[in-house]
Design a protein around this ligand. Structure first.
Ligand code: DC
Length: 260
């Protein structure tokens, strides 16, 4: 069994408790962070928080309203009057905007094209960050985004910055689009990714940036399974005795995290 099990099977370790961690994973689109973060959260029995989905949900709402995405004041006003819920129901992740399930809609090309602009507004980010901190205050969360380790949770227990070669990221994104029925030439996917990288990393407020103390993972030649294992090995190291922890013992499914 993987290293993880040693926490439970070693006599000395058996007496220990598992601390609930807050894990921040940042990186550009196509770096593999969302898929990895979701699986890590599942293995640990943690909550997965996709902050990109929150900005996407807001962009979707803007596009479906009468206001222009270019009008910062109106976008912020709309955000203040919005209710976004991220639900994790038995491993299924759903995004609810004002009571409506928008999980699929927020992945559209139209939303992807406009999300960098909408998410660049400081007033909107303030509202989103407050909500993210509220969710993260419970601990036992894997939060992914662009500014999680730098701005939202600078004191996160573990921070990762995932990146990959642009061609590999474009190939992954193309595959994703193809799965949803959109066939785009690779040159166009590369161009759009570069544009989004540029906007996300050069905006004034909370740009995409590696936190100084984040572990950098280049996923160009890694499988998802390998990415998950790398993060879990750091999680293992970070698990220490703490009063806020749950009692240990072997888990029924051989994985680790919160006990059922
Ligand atoms: O992770 P994603 O590609 O679904 O994110 C969509 C956009 O949301 C991304 O281009 C920038 C923005 N974003 C952000 O500004 N801050 C975050 N913490 C997460 C996403």
């Amino acid at each position: 069994m993987p290293l993880i099990m040693e926490i439970y099977v070693g006599q000395r370790l058996k007496r220990r408790c598992l601390k609930k961690l807050l894990i921040a994973i940042d990186g550009p689109a196509g770096s593999g962070k969302s898929t990895t973060a979701k699986l890590v959260a599942q293995k640990l029995g943690y909550i997965y928080v996709d902050t990109g989905a929150m900005y996407r949900a807001m962009t979707f709402k803007v596009l479906n309203s009468k206001i222009s995405p270019a009008s910062e004041a109106e976008v912020v006003r709309l955000a203040a009057d919005s209710q976004i819920t991220l639900s994790n129901d038995r491993g299924e992740f759903r995004v609810i905007m004002d009571g409506e399930d928008v999980t699929e809609e927020i992945r559209s090309e139209e939303v992807t094209k406009n999300v960098s602009l909408v998410s660049s507004y400081p007033g909107l980010r303030k509202i989103m960050v407050e909500k993210q901190r509220e969710i993260g205050s419970r601990k036992g969360c894997v939060v992914d985004g662009r500014d999680i380790g730098t701005v939202v949770f600078p004191d996160a227990d573990l921070k990762f910055f995932m990146m990959a070669d642009i061609m590999e990221r474009a190939r992954r994104r193309q595959e994703e689009l193809s799965a949803s029925g959109a066939e785009l030439p690779i040159v166009q996917v590369v161009r759009e990714l570069k544009e989004r990288d540029m906007k996300d990393s050069t905006r004034e407020t909370s740009p995409l940036k590696k936190a100084d103390n984040a572990v950098e993972i280049d996923t160009t030649n890694l499988t998802i399974d390998e990415q998950v294992k790398i993060i879990l090995s750091y999680v293992n190291e970070a698990m220490v005795t703490s009063e806020e922890m749950s009692p240990t013992g072997p888990l029924d499914n051989g994985s680790f995290g919160e006990r059922k």
